[in-house]
Each structure stands twice: as structure tokens, then as C-alpha cells.
Design a protein around this ligand. Structure first.
Ligand code: ATP
Ligand code: FE2
Length: 315
């Protein structure tokens, strides 16, 4: 069985093809970039419109399959940017009608988690999901996801992107901040953990003020990483202790950051647990993870339109 997955919740339009054994046959994508701005929703949707057919053809060629080999199609039903989600859904619906394939709407965060779990064949990890929009510590209980802690304001990726925009790094800023941080030294910043939750907006205000005062970009990049990653390491450790989990899985775009992975892996080692992350091609938004989630949900889900505010604990 081969499943085609379509990702379009935000900056990336992706198409993945996976088998029912979890083998990834193709995972092609094209991401919206902008030199100085963030993501302007209608520009992102326009980008997806422009690249969709091309990404599809590349994926089919890479996997060496044609439409007749595909059993069903999955698409990201939410959460995400309204125009981008609708564009993906429009493409999914068009192809499904033309090629007569069943549509399966899936939850995008759940797909991030499932692909990592499948990759490492994990049983029951504690998940740390840190992307643009989302920052959550999640566990599974009785077949449902439970959010144990999360950001009270913005996701860490968006916070890094806003800061990056302010200091002229363009979008996405996360990888550039990681590069600059290598030459930096520590500047004290607020450390905001409230119970199991975290907050980044005060830190963002502070680093923007320091940048205006002329503090070195390298020092601010280093300090924002150290502070925010330490906050999330603390919360993840507490969640693991409370739920007795022995495995921690980091997913979401910020999970590409090497320093973040290093801090989490030290924490896990100290408590005889194991840390797992996901290679960059599967950690960022991509179609293969949507295809795999579609396979897992093929019996319970169908064409469910889009839901821009669909939380993982409502799945
Ligand atoms: P979601 O819809 O799942 O919330 P998303 O659509 O915003 O996520 P992802 O691809 O999961 O997208 O993550 C993108 C974010 O990851 C961006 O904010 C980007 O700056 C950040 N990012 C990417 N690479 C790095 C890195 N090396 N270090 C820090 N942040 C990074
Ligand atoms: Fe994502």
C-alpha cells in the first residue's frame, strides 16, 4: 500500500509517498522564503499554488510510481495559516477527484510526532514539539494526546524568527541564529517557566531592546538559545519524571538545532533515559509525515475540510 501525503499548513508545500511499512519513497518540497519579511499569508498561498504541480511530479518521479499505485491521499487539515491550509486542501481535493482516491485529513502536529516515533520504533515517548507556532510537551494517555506544558504566548520558532527579522536575518531565522550563536557569550535574560508552561514574549522584548542598545548579535543569539533551550529542558525533564517516561523525542523545526539536541541529550543521560531527534528532512514540515499519519488514521478519518485551530489534544 502506498499513501500520498500533502503538507501545506505554513511556509512549506510538500508531497511525500510512503508505504504501509513506513518506508519513505519520496519526500519533495518547496518552501516560501522572504529576504526581510515574515510569512504573509496570501503570498504563502500563492507560492503553494505556483509550486504544487511541480512538487507532485518530482515526488512521483522520485518514487517511480504513478497514480494507479497510490491507495489513498492524506492532507494536513490543520492547524495552520488559513490561506495556506485552504490551498493545500483545494489541491488535495482536486487530485483526489481526478484520480479517484480517498482523502484522509490529518492533524499536522500529530504527524510530526508519529513520524519520529515510527523512525525510531518508539513505544511510548515523551514528546517535545518545538516548531514555529507550537511549543509543547506532550505524552500519550489512553490513545489520546495530553499536553503537559506549553508556551503561554508564542512558539519558540516564531519568537526566533521575529527576533531575526528585527536584526535583519531574514526568514526563517532559526538556522542563522544557530550559526551566529557559535561566536557569542552569555548576556543575562529573563528565564520564564510557570509550572509546566513557558513564555517567550518577555524574552523577545528584552533581546530586541538589547539589540537596539547595540549589544552584539552573536551574544544575543547565544543567550536567547541558552535561555530558551534551558527552559524547555527543565520542563521536559519534569514531564518525564512525572510520567515515568524513559524516552524523549524532539520534533518540530527548532529540533534541527544542534545545541538544543545537545542540552536535551545531556539531561536524558543524567536520568538514564534516551534522547531521540529526527533528521532535518523529517523534522521540518514535509509531506512524508502527513502520508504516514494518514496511514495510521486511514480508518477513522476522511475528508474533514480544514480546521486552522485544531489542537493535538482534540485529535
Ligand atoms: P508547526 O506548524 O508544526 O507549528 P511550522 O510550520 O512553523 O511548524 P516547522 O518547519 O516545524 O514549521 O518549524 C519552522 C521553525 O523552525 C522556524 O521558526 C525556524 O526558524 C525554526 N528553525 C529551523 N531550523 C532551526 C535551527 N537550526 N535552530 C532554531 N530554529 C530553527
Ligand atoms: Fe510543522
Amino acid at each position: 500500500m502506498i499513501i500520498l501525503g500533502i503538507e501545506s499548513t505554513a511556509h512549506t508545500f510538500g508531497i511525500g509517498l510512503v508505504t504501509d511499512k513506513g518506508q519513505i519513497l519520496a519526500n519533495e518540497l518547496d518552501s516560501f522564503h522572504s529576504a526581510e519579511g515574515g510569512m504573509i499569508p496570501h503570498e504563502v498561498a500563492e507560492h503553494h499554488e505556483q509550486v504544487a504541480e511541480d512538487v507532485l511530479q518530482k515526488a512521483l518521479q522520485k518514487a517511480k510510481v504513478s497514480w494507479k499505485d497510490i491507495s489513498c491521499m492524506a492532507y494536513s487539515a490543520g492547524p495552520g495559516l488559513d490561506p495556506a491550509l485552504w490551498k493545500g486542501y483545494e489541491k488535495a481535493k482536486g487530485w483526489s477527484q481526478r484520480y479517484k482516491k480517498k482523502l484522509i485529513g490529518v492533524n499536522h502536529p500529530a504527524a510530526h510526532l508519529s513520524i519520529g516515533k515510527q523512525l525510531h520504533r518508539l513505544q511510548d515517548p515523551c514528546y517535545l514539539y518545538v516548531s514555529g507556532v507550537n511549543t509543547q510537551v506532550i505524552v500519550q494517555e489512553g490513545g489520546k494526546y495530553r499536553v503537559m506544558g506549553e508556551t503561554l504566548d508564542i512558539g519558540l520558532g516564531n519568537m526566533l524568527d521575529k527576533f531575526g527579522r528585527m536584526i535583519g536575518l531574514g526568514f526563517p531565522a532559526g538556522p542563522k541564529i544557530e550559526g551566529l550563536a557559535k561566536g557569542g557569550k552569555y548576556v543575562a535574560l529573563p528565564y520564564v517557566v510557570k509550572g509546566m508552561d513557558v513564555s517567550f514574549s518577555g524574552i523577545l522584548t528584552k533581546i530586541c531592546q538589547l539589540a537596539e542598545k547595540g549589544f552584539a548579535r552573536e551574544d544575543l543569539c547565544f543567550s536567547v538559545q541558552e535561555t530558551c533551550f534551558a527552559m524547555l529542558t527543565e520542563v521536559a525533564e519534569r514531564a518525564m519524571a512525572q510520567t515515568n517516561k524513559q524516552e524523549l523525542l524532539l520534533v518540530g523545526g527548532v529540533g534541527a538545532n544542534k545545541r538544543f539536541g545537545e542540552m536535551l541529550s545531556i539531561m536524558c543521560k543524567e536520568r538514564q533515559a534516551t534522547f531521540y531527534n529526527v533528521p532535518v528532512e523529517l523534522v521540518r514540515d514535509n509531506g512524508a509525515m502527513i502520508a504516514w499519519e494518514g496511514y495510521l488514521r486511514r480508518k477513522e478519518s476522511s475528508d474533514i475540510s480544514v480546521n486552522p485551530l485544531w489542537r493535538i489534544d482534540e485529535v
